[in-house]
Design a protein around this ligand. Structure first.
Ligand SMILES: [Zn+2]
Length: 81
């Protein structure tokens, strides 16, 4: 059983193995932190569309800001246990 606390709200996220845990974590973020997930997917979507330099700079700034929120979550994914 793998248990990791959510960095955003301190909820315990559990799964039998990594795959189960990741699904639980993803479901948790989708439900409890829908605004962050929505922002992420929106930025990802817009990043995949060719833009002028100005727009890309804007999104790079947004992405960096998002990364500071999201990175602690994903850091857990690469840590064993
Ligand atoms: Zn949470």
């Amino acid at each position: 059983m793998k248990t990791v606390k959510c960095e955003i709200c301190d909820a315990d996220i559990q799964g039998e193995d990594f795959e189960a845990w990741f699904k639980a974590a993803f479901a948790h973020w989708t439900v409890e932190h829908a605004d962050i997930m929505k922002q992420m997917s929106q930025i990802m979507k817009e990043m995949s569309i060719p833009h002028g330099e100005q727009v890309q700079e804007k999104h790079q700034k947004e992405l960096r800001e998002m990364e500071s929120e999201i990175n602690p979550l994903f850091n857990h994914l690469v840590q064993p246990g």
